[in-house]
Design a protein around this ligand. Structure first.
Ligand code: F6R
Length: 601
């Protein structure tokens, strides 16, 4: 999704803006640009394509500007083009804006402005905002922004500068993320913390309906009614190394290899922070879980575990669907929203619907201080650090770890598990990092798997029970980064339709660990073999039978807690997707059309 950066301070703004934009690349984008205030005028440079194109086009430019804004655009209104790229200017070229989100009523506003004689140069909703700001400007940028936002509907964040006030940036947050970096004789603005991490670790996270007025030596925050707000900065412990590749070819690969540490940190965080629900968990009679993409797949695992351990009925839904369903929700419903970024618009809206209807809202998020974190009654954190690769990997396994701990804790609190049983479960979870490490260090995934899949047009992923969501996740990983069509199915469902697709050309990836549905999985594997599919199996390394019958076999370590196999069995699927995309020469970390943080509906 679009990314915003802003800088005002003693240093030269251009290199800071460009390097901050590079750290927003992972959010996904199709064009990029910067606007600087130089010699009393606004200078704009933008390019379609990658930031390196923008950097190339600025080669040799020496800029003494100390204030500017920058943008990575992920097209929503209007195709990716030079005209539609940000920053956008007003007709007098006195104001420049960068924007993330959607102005829902831009058509009406644009029509009105056209009738008043305004000429537009792009198809974007953004241009409307900067026209309005210039229209309302009477010597105070803050006032002009205030008047403008009264007219805007939608979820958005933007930053605006004017040549008339060359040391000032005004930022607005309403629905899309925006953070302020606090420096000495300099301040920063960005959509996301990693963008400005090399410059400061003191961060103020803006809430919805807040406006920030930034100069090099001051930060003033107001609500939309103009009331000043006192907000304190927080120290972000992430180091920049965690947002860099550290010698790995891609962020995704680094993040796959980080999983043992991430799960340890998540378990440690879980144990040290503990769980103390700000509501009576015994009064909850129904749980609704809501998420998108990989987080949705993790929720499915959460459903199995919570129902098993805590005996509460759980419904799982895609957030984008749930927000338009009339799902029955009341004060005895616990709504669990799962989101790595904590900014996914669909998940936030579904959670808001649940809250409005009286549900208790518990979130599982990775980004501390994200919108969902702040909007929830209670948050559990996955301590995965920044995830830069667009494909979720370490945050997915961290989500499963938290859900497993949460399910066991609920079981204990509701009396369906003893304290010993609960702590035994947590002990088992604490052993998982060494098992993943063992797999990562000792498994040489054979090249045959990669060539099998990289030459395929389609692939099927199958699993039963807790391995079914892992089949969905494996297929999602493959399709999103390698563009090979892949579908995940519950293996028992195969004979109700998908089996028609299976022939000797179809690669079938089967996840079959030694759990309680193992025998059932073996029967389904026989069905696949009978159709002569190219069978790739993820099973226990000790499972000689599976090894013998599969074309390709990937062994994972044995576990004495079968409910934890999903954390382990997804790792080879992540590696497969990574290596197939890598061999196909694709942009693994920033696959086409995808954004890391989906802040629009
Ligand atoms: C897949 C992926 C996406 C996200 C989805 C939800 O690899 O990354 O499917 O899982 O967009 O994002 P969050 O978890 O930030 O709400």
């Amino acid at each position: 999704m679009c990314g915003i950066v802003g800088y005002v301070g003693d240093s030269e703004a251009l290199p800071i803006l460009l390097s901050s934009l590079e750290r927003l690349e992972y959010r996904g984008y199709d064009s990029a640009g910067v606007a600087l205030i130089e010699n009393g005028e606004i200078f704009v440079q933008k390019e379609v394509g990658k930031i390196r194109e923008l950097v190339k086009s600025l080669w040799g430019k020496s800029s003494k500007a100390h204030c500017g804004i920058g943008h990575t655009r992920w097209a929503t209104h209007g195709v990716p083009s030079f005209e539609n790229a940000h920053p956008h200017l007003d007709p007098s070229k006195s104001f420049a804006i960068v924007h993330n989100g959607i102005i829902e009523n831009y058509k009406e506003l644009k029509e009105e402005l056209i009738n008043q004689g305004h000429i537009f140069t792009s198809q974007t909703d953004t241009e409307v905002i900067v026209h309005l700001i210039s229209k309302y400007y009477e010597g105070d940028l803050l006032e002009a922004v205030r008047k403008t936002i009264e007219l805007l509907k939608g979820a958005f964040a933007f930053a605006v500068i004017t040549k008339y006030e060359p040391d000032r940036i005004i930022g607005v947050k309403q629905g899309s993320p925006l953070v302020i970096g606090v420096g000495e004789n300099e301040n920063f603005l960005a959509s996301d913390i990693p963008a400005i991490l090399p410059y400061t670790k003191q961060i103020i996270v803006l809430d919805d309906k807040e406006i920030v007025d930034i100069t090099k030596s001051s930060i003033s925050i107001y609500d939309f009614d103009g009331m000043i707000k006192t907000k304190h900065s927080m120290f972000v412990p992430w180091d920049i190394v965690s947002a860099e590749k550290s010698g790995y070819k891609h962020f995704m690969l680094k993040e796959i290899y980080e999983q043992p540490r991430v799960i340890s940190d998540t378990v440690r965080g879980f144990l040290s922070e503990g769980i103390s629900f700000p509501f009576d968990i015994k009064a909850i009679n129904r749980i609704v879980m809501s998420a998108c993409g990989s987080s949705y797949n993790a929720s499915l695992i959460g459903k199995y575990l919570i129902e098993r351990y805590a005996k509460i009925p759980v419904e799982v839904g895609y957030a984008s669907e749930q927000r338009y369903e009339d799902i029955p929700i009341d004060e005895n419903t616990l709504f669990i929203a799962i989101s790595q970024s904590g900014e996914t618009a669909d998940t936030r809206f579904a959670a808001q619907y649940a809250k409005d209807n009286g549900a208790k809202l518990l979130s599982i998020v990775n980004v501390v201080g994200s919108s969902l974190d702040r909007e929830s009654d209670y948050t559990l954190y996955t301590h995965a650090g920044p995830e830069i690769g667009v494909a979720a990997t370490k945050t997915f396994t961290a989500q499963i770890a938290v859900l497993y701990g949460l399910a066991a804790f609920m079981g204990y609190e509701r009396g369906s598990m003893t304290y010993e049983e609960y702590s035994n479960k947590i002990d088992k979870l604490a052993h998982i990092p060494s098992k993943i490490e063992d797999f990562l260090q000792n498994t040489d995934l054979n090249g045959g798997v990669y060539s099998e899949l990289s030459s395929a047009k389609n692939a099927i992923y199958l699993g039963r029970g807790l391995s079914f969501p892992i089949a969905l996740e494996g297929a999602l990983k493959l399709k999103e980064i390698s563009y090979i069509h892949a579908e995940g199915y519950a293996a028992g469902e195969m004979k109700h339709g998908p089996i028609a697709l299976i022939d000797e050309n179809m690669p079938v990836v089967f996840i079959a660990p030694k759990d309680k549905l193992y025998e059932k999985a073996i029967s389904n594997i026989e069905e696949v073999l009978a159709r002569k599919a190219k069978l790739i199996v993820i099973g226990n390394a000790s499972d000689q039978h599976l090894k013998d019958i599969s074309k390709h076999f990937i062994g994972i370590p044995d576990l004495d807690e079968e409910d934890l196999y999903p954390i382990l069995s997804v790792v080879p699927l992540q590696l497969i997707a990574y290596e197939v995309a890598n061999r196909l020469g694709l942009d693994v970390d920033q696959p086409r059309n995808l954004a890391k943080t989906v802040t629009v509906e």
